[in-house]
Design a protein around this ligand. Structure first.
Ligand code: RM4
Ligand code: MN
Ligand code: MN
Length: 426
């Protein structure tokens, strides 16, 4: 299913007057406060977030999986879904593949399809947390950290294979998330597990093309409950440094213990030029499962405030790879992704409104009250007309969710794909 441009523009006409009024009012207020509305809109239009190929089907828990029907059952259909999202939002201009869940069968056809949908291939993700069909070795006791050299070699070879697949698609980075760790005290020798992981990552890094980056995720728990080998940003940072200049830490918002100051982690990594990628989601208790910005929107804004500061002041840090990493258990993923993209753009726009000069002055004067006022003034601004304007200029929908529902896209997908199609993924 592909959306005609006229469908979007006809839909926009219906609310264009209301939008114009809201936008003009906000733009005037912002300009009076010395904000450059045009450059904020340009920044929003440029900001593209990759959609992971595994987030388009129903997730599930170990207790069950409930389909919402019409799921994409192959890579072509997944790209179609991301294409729909991108036409509506103009913010989802990339896709991130998980291998082996989504190995292209016909590379030329997939590349052609992606081009026709204006989609790029972002980071490719390896998978050494599940045993693959016909694999010789098992990852039950770890992959890159395993005590067995044969298992480590299999996991290294898999990552190298993923790089090759990514090269054919035009990807420029590999993301490694390891499930390695232990379930019981004494099960692992921590030092051996860490050294093995470092050596394995170095072996993968050796085959990384010159213009590629290696992203290393960290996570404090799950699926192992006693320890994980790369438990925190410090361990990831250490491993990235051990690998070399093309290796970076990747921050996934769901991979932190409660109350971790994620904005400070972002700031530290950018100062050191080592923040490479970012996975968006929100969490209350666990990982990945809650829509971006639905639980802690202010924390997301504070994180964006550091990202914006870093993007403006840390040329030593490369451009970041942005991705939504979420699992959808009860919502239609396309609706959830629209909500997530909106929440990301909202936090970004608000962070762009922080008066950095005033904030610096207030910080130097130790005027703590003023510091808080400056941040909250930006946060309390309703920036949604700016987001809508950025979408309008790029050919997207003024209200993507409303159009998605009006066009009954899910119903059409169910008719096309049936009720029992199942997407590969978790
Ligand atoms: C992990 C991690 C990875 C993702 C998998 C599916 O928790 O966030 O980025 O590839 O989930
Ligand atoms: Mn992740
Ligand atoms: Mn995760």
């Amino acid at each position: 299913m592909k959306l005609q441009e006229t469908i979007i523009s006809d839909f926009n006409k219906k609310s264009s007057e209301e939008h114009q009024n809201q936008f003009d009012f906000l733009a005037n207020t912002l300009e009076k406060n010395n904000h450059k509305t045009k450059s904020i809109i340009d920044a929003l239009a440029k900001f593209q977030v990759a959609i992971p190929s595994w987030a388009l089907g129903a997730g599930g828990t170990r207790f069950g999986r409930f389909s919402f029907y019409g799921e994409p059952s192959n890579l072509t259909q997944k790209l179609d879904d991301v294409g729909l999202l991108h036409s509506l939002t103009q913010t989802a201009g990339a896709v991130s593949l998980h291998i082996p869940w989504d190995i292209p069968e016909d590379y030329n056809a997939i590349i052609e399809q992606a081009n026709s949908l204006n989609l790029k291939f972002d980071a490719v993700n390896s998978n050494t947390f599940q045993d693959q069909k016909n694999a010789k070795e098992s990852y039950k006791y770890g992959s890159l950290s395993n005590t067995s050299q044969a298992v480590r070699e299999q996991a290294i070879a898999h990552n190298q294979e993923v790089i090759k697949i990514g090269e054919k698609l035009g990807s420029k980075s590999l993301t490694v998330w390891l499930a390695d760790g232990s379930n019981f005290p004494g099960q692992n020798n921590f030092q051996t597990a860490l050294s093995n992981t470092e050596n394995s990552l170095k072996a993968i890094y050796k085959t990384l093309p010159d213009d590629w980056k290696l992203f290393i995720e960290y996570k404090p728990y799950e699926p192992n409950f006693y320890s994980t080998v790369i438990q925190d940003w410090g361990t990831s940072f250490m491993l990235a440094n051990a690998c070399g200049d093309k290796a970076y830490t990747l921050v996934d918002l769901g991979h932190h213990l409660p109350n971790t100051n994620i904005e400070q982690i972002v700031s530290t990594l950018m100062l050191k030029g080592k923040l490479g990628g970012f996975h968006f989601n929100d969490s209350k208790y666990g990982d990945d499962d809650v829509t971006v910005g639905s639980v802690k929107p202010y924390a997301l804004f504070l994180i964006f405030n550091e990202l914006v500061y870093g993007m403006q002041n840390n040329p030593q840090n490369p451009d970041l790879s942005w991705m939504i990493d979420a699992s959808h258990n009860i919502k239609d993923p396309l609706e959830d992704l629209i909500q997530s993209l909106e929440a990301i753009q909202e936090a970004y726009a608000k962070a762009l409104l922080v008066d950095q000069t005033l904030l610096k002055e207030a910080q130097s004067a130790n005027d703590v009250v003023a510091c808080q006022e400056i941040l909250q003034k930006a946060y309390r601004t309703d920036v949604r007309p700016l987001l809508a304007q950025a979408r309008l200029q790029s050919g997207g929908a003024l209200n993507p969710l409303a159009l998605y529902r009006e066009l009954q896209i899910r119903e059409t997908l169910i008719q096309e794909r049936g009720k029992h199609s199942i997407a590969s993924g978790l």
